[in-house]
Write a protein that binds this ligand. Structure first.
Ligand code: GRF
Length: 211
């Protein structure tokens, strides 16, 4: 529209698609995202990392990469409402376009869920809707897949809603369950698929946003 370009300063700073990653532990999915975001053809950047564990690998990676990393938890904010509002303020201050939860073991608060509706996605190490829900995280998921006799497993990227693993599926990548698989060997194969699926999905969302 006339008079709109060149854009206002904040628009200029905000040409890239800003991604915040919430992670509780190692952060290998975070690493896959930061690596993908640094590629010349990428339409997104990981600009913020939030963890409920001050000693998490995810925050260490953020520090190494020079990305803003914030520890937010019941220790920093015993009042859940204050924690929720502080997280929302941090996301807004960073002009975050998309929130990604990857191995984030806490529920997202109502204020963030509401403000970022349809803009929060999660990666889950199974083919939802199978093997999801409360308690279905880490090793428990792969034990359940092996116990079920499924011959396929994989990774799922889905929208985050108020209930664990119930949001609409955005993308999935399948892997075979092999004879002799243990929860560890299956988890390793699924994690490799996660490291492909999550960056590809975020790039597709960023491209759709910037087009
Ligand atoms: C991943 O397998 C993810 O699907 C699950 O938790 C794990 C986190 O791994 N929710 P990392 O911290 O990204 O390495």
């Amino acid at each position: 529209a006339a008079g709109r370009w060149p854009a206002a300063p904040d628009m200029i700073n905000h040409m890239s698609f800003n991604v915040a990653v919430l992670a509780s532990h190692t952060g290998t999915n975070l690493q896959a995202l930061t690596t993908a975001g640094q590629q010349p053809a990428s339409d997104f950047n990981v600009t913020l990392v939030i963890s409920n564990n001050s000693g998490s690998g995810a925050l260490a990676h953020a520090r190494e990469q020079g990305i803003t990393g914030i520890h937010l938890s019941g220790r920093t904010h015993p009042d859940p409402e204050a924690l929720d509002q502080t997280m929302l303020a941090a996301l807004r201050e960073d002009d975050v376009d998309l929130v990604v939860t990857a191995g984030y073991m806490k529920k997202i608060g109502p204020a963030v869920l509401d403000a970022y509706q349809d803009r929060i996605i999660n990666i889950h190490p199974a083919l939802l809707p199978r093997h999801g829900g409360p308690g279905m995280h880490g090793r428990h998921v792969h034990e359940a897949v092996l116990a079920s006799g499924d011959t396929l497993s994989g990774a799922t990227v889905h929208h985050v809603t108020a209930n664990y693993d119930e949001g609409p599926v955005i993308a999935q990548q399948q892997v075979p369950v092999l004879p002799g698989d243990t929860p560890d060997t299956l988890a390793a194969r699924v994690l490799q698929a996660e490291h492909q699926l999550l960056p590809a999905t975020v790039q597709a969302l960023a491209r759709a946003h910037t087009d």
